[in-house]
Design a protein around this ligand. Structure first.
Ligand code: ADP
Length: 465
């Protein structure tokens, strides 16, 4: 290498220096500066390509601290090339080449880096001569001419501050092309992420302690940074098992299986919300038909709502105007071995309910749904209409608390406006986006993707908290 004339702005580098690569979520790495090698190299394991041909990306795991292999950083970057690189032992290896900004001392510049397993090497990174700029000068006999960093930063920011890396996101769904999925894919791609749709019912898995995997079309699925479960009511049981498997693989899931299960079981959800003092219509249930009178008395007599526990889109919700009708409906449901609950009819809601869309502990949109004339059910599937609504403080608070109690990152909390304050009807763990985005004009899909960006952990700690 020809010697560059030294100027006051020349960056002097020793043969070993500390670098940081914030885009990769790597705030501190000890690198070997080696002008004998052309291409820079970074330690990477479990390298998995993803994205499209036009925009190829790669996801990999990096152990920055050679002394502590339990610190794992999940990195992803755009692939700029695949090249045969000669390694230090003389062998050729076809490697992914990424480009990322490297900061060393006062300078930050873009460097092409090849990814390879450097587990057995002394340094997790090698800075080759193609990375050395004209305003840098390497002193091969000296080390650490630039400020030294420390691996302890990884322990301090375990949950990571890095949010910009491209994420590989999977949507678990049974219907690829619905409005909600299309919008979330659009919003994620606009932010540089890659989204793959996975049919929930086509996932299969072996359950074992050592290597949990989800298989699909004859192959194990890759490692996703995040899974968005859109589990319809008809597939709750199987869908929860698939979601749990992703959880076992250490993938961040937006709404965990346990939370989905709690919200789906209307009885359990009511019990949980009730035990936290949240307002809801007085609700009763009984096993024996001898207790029909008892449960009707508990909810204050007629009129009452009788609701199938599995009801969705208002299909199993009946208004019984008189005690006799109520008893007849209850007997009919019992005869069919159906699970149901009996509920006070909140008349003053006037056929309207409010859908509060909660993302990451905040109400990000609210709409009022109003039943068509002659119906008391406001479900859009029953012909109801939607309009933007301004929430009261109490309604907002109740919705946020309901999502929190059920531990849902994303929730559609349905609330009735009653004379005695908001009454929670149900909490939906896969709320649709069409109504709420239309009514509010807001980019709710974008807000969901932002929530994922904030929650996906980048720095993992293997085998412990
Ligand atoms: P689903 O899960 O089938 O949508 P819901 O419990 O949400 O069942 O009820 C459907 C609709 O019926 C609600 O959106 C609301 O408009 C109306 N409704 C349900 N329960 C009551 C009630 N206790 N009082 C008044 N209206 C109710």
């Amino acid at each position: 290498m020809t010697e560059t004339p030294l100027t006051p702005s020349t960056l002097r580098l020793g043969w070993e220096e500390w670098v940081s690569m914030e885009e990769l979520g790597l705030p501190a790495i000890k690198a070997k500066v080696d002008t004998g090698a052309r291409t820079s190299a970074l330690h990477a394991v479990r390298i998995e390509p993803f994205g499209t041909e036009a925009k190829p990306q790669v996801r990999f795991i990096m152990h920055p601290d050679p002394e502590d292999p339990t610190v794992e950083v999940v990195c992803s970057a755009r692939v700029v090339d695949r090249r045969n690189v000669t390694s230090s032992n003389g062998g050729q290896e076809l490697r992914y080449i990424i480009e990322t900004n490297v900061t060393l001392g006062t300078k930050t510049w873009a460097v092409e880096i090849s990814l390879t397993n450097r587990e057995t090497m002394g340094y997790r990174m090698l800075l080759g001569r193609s990375a050395i700029q004209d305003d840098m000068s390497v002193r091969p006999t000296e080390s650490f001419l630039q400020p030294q960093l420390d691996y302890s930063v990884y322990k301090k920011r375990r949950k990571s501050a890095v949010r910009q890396r491209p994420l590989r996101i999977g949507i678990l769904t049974q219907s690829k092309n619905n409005y909600s999925n299309k919008r979330m894919i659009e919003a994620a791609e606009a932010r540089g992420h890659t989204v793959e749709t996975i049919y929930t019912s086509r996932c299969y898995m072996a359950i074992n302690a050592h290597k949990p995997e989800v298989h699909y079309n004859g192959k194990p699925l890759p490692r996703y940074d995040a899974i968005i479960p859109r589990i319809g009511a008809s597939i709750t049981f199987y869908g929860m098992a698939v979601v749990r498997q992703f959880e076992a693989m250490g993938v961040y899931v937006l709404n965990r299986a346990d939370a989905i299960g709690k919200s789906r079981d209307k009885l359990l959800a009511h019990q949980l919300l009730g035990s936290h003092g949240l307002g809801m219509p007085v609700t009763a249930f009984a096993k024996s038909s001898r207790d029909n009178k008892g449960i009707l008395d508990l909810v204050g007599g007629s009129p009452v709502i009788v609701k199938l526990l599995e009801s969705t889109q208002g299909r199993g919700v009946v208004l019984a105007e008189t005690r006799n009708t109520a008893s007849a409906i209850i007997d009919a449901f019992r005869g069919l071995d159906a699970h149901f609950l009996v509920q006070e009819f909140v008349k003053e809601a006037g056929g309207s309910d409010i859908r509060c869309f909660v993302v990451n502990g905040k109400v990000v949109g609210a709409m009022m749904r109003t039943a068509k004339a002659g119906d008391f059910r406001s479900n859009v599937h029953q012909g109801g209409s939607v309009a933007k609504v301004k929430l009261t403080k109490e309604e907002r608070r109740s919705a946020i608390r309901a999502a929190k109690i059920l531990k849902l990152d994303v929730a559609g909390v349905d609330v009735l406006r009653s004379d005695s304050g908001p009454k929670i009807l149900e909490v939906n763990s896969s709320p649709g986006l069409q109504g709420i985005e239309t009514a509010t004009g807001k980019d709710i899909a974008g807000t969901i993707i932002e929530c994922i960006e904030n929650k996906v952990p980048t720095i993992l700690r293997v085998g412990g908290k």
